[in-house]
Ligand binder design. Structure first.
Ligand code: BMA
Length: 354
């Protein structure tokens, strides 16, 4: 299915109605979006969306796609492509099915995987949402080949989602970004950072980035989208923000930058979103108005990132950007950490890195 450029979406009077052309668009949608839909699937599937992504050693792009069946329960299936845009080769049967007998936290499925290569372990980590009887929690598995997975079970209790590791240790500890949801009225669903010596025991939990307030695009709740991206200027964070409206939630993406050696330090955070639902396949589907990236691949020579996102909880799409443009946009943003984020106290916490 080919997409139409938002600037050419016109009403009866010929005027464009979805884009006023004065924003700097950092991400370009692939002209063949959506790149994967349930109709491409080799077996029965309701929707295919929110895939984790990585580039394999042989240059292939691998997506670990969330597939929802008609019970409403999700599993993961691998899709591979040489250029990361087309000719996807999809595993003929599910790759990673929930195993509630052995892993009761997976009772109602597995969702929204994030893939990070951990050079020290020479394995890929897959952090995912396991939908347990007590609510969604963060679980993790390790794999070398995306065929056999070593499940490590829950690493954060419910409700918690949107988790990914940093690819390397800080001092002698791993770090995890995740998004617990407090149930105290008025407390917000913020992004947190936690540390572990062994990927199993987690501590020094702290708020990393807070949801904003009032009418802001990221006032409802926020969460990490793809895993952190290492750049010379810092860890680039693409996060999703939710604004609740009478017509439902709007899911969009914004940017922040963390200190390379101390990821507790937020160097900057953009005030505006940089990617939101505009195209038909993002506006219409099981959950309208959702763009939800879980995977990113950096093409080193060109400095281009491919951001893979679920559209409207229904299909998979991809958009590209120049990594340097994303970092430069953040630098140019007039609002580095200000009181509107309420997190500048973190810099005063003192060293906790091992
Ligand atoms: C979030 C997650 C995602 C989903 C999004 C929009 O809370 O559950 O899996 O894409 O909502 O429905």
């Amino acid at each position: 299915m080919a997409s139409s450029d938002p600037s050419t979406q016109r009403g009866q009077n010929g005027r464009s109605y979805r884009s006023n052309g004065h924003f700097r668009e950092l991400f370009r949608r692939h002209p063949e979006n959506p790149i994967l839909t349930a109709s491409d699937w080799p077996y029965a599937a309701n929707t295919v969306f929110n895939a984790g992504a990585t580039r394999l050693e042989n240059g292939e792009t691998l997506l670990l796609v969330r597939v929802e069946d008609r019970r409403g329960i999700s599993h993961f299936t691998v899709a591979r492509s040489d250029d990361g845009f087309g000719n996807w080769r999809i595993d003929p049967t599910p790759t990673f099915l929930p195993q509630p007998d052995e892993y009761p936290e997976e009772l109602w499925g597995v969702e929204d995987p994030r893939i990070v290569w951990l050079p020290q372990l020479e394995q890929y980590s897959v952090t995912y949402t396991a939908y347990s009887r007590n609510g969604p929690l963060v679980a993790m598995a390790l794999t070398r080949d995306f065929k056999r997975f070593e499940r490590r079970g829950p690493i954060m209790p419910p409700e918690d989602k949107d988790a990914a590791f940093f690819p390397r240790k800080f001092g002698d500890r791993w770090a995890l970004i995740h998004r617990p949801v407090p149930n105290m009225p008025g407390a917000k669903a913020n992004m947190w950072l936690s540390f572990s010596p062994d990927l199993k025991h987690w501590g020094d939990h702290q708020v990393l980035i807070e949801a904003r307030s009032g009418s802001f695009w990221d006032a409802g709740r926020i969460g990490l989208s793809p895993p952190p991206i290492e750049t010379p200027e810092g860890w680039l964070i693409i996060y999703h923000g939710v604004r609740h409206t009478p017509a439902g939630a709007l899911y969009r993406n914004g940017l922040a930058l963390l200190d390379l050696e101390d990821p507790r330090i937020v160097i900057s955070r953009g005030d505006e979103w940089v990617f939101g639902a505009e195209q038909d396949y993002e506006l219409t589907g099981d959950v309208p108005n959702v763009v939800f990236p879980c995977g990113i691949v950096v093409d080193q020579p060109s400095g281009t990132v491919r951001m893979y996102y679920g559209a409207a909880d229904t299909c998979m799409a991809v958009a590209t950007a120049k990594l340097a443009d994303l970092v430069e946009w953040l630098r140019a943003e007039p609002n580095p950490i200000t009181s509107s984020t309420g997190i500048d106290h973190l810099a005063q916490l003192g060293p906790v890195l091992g």
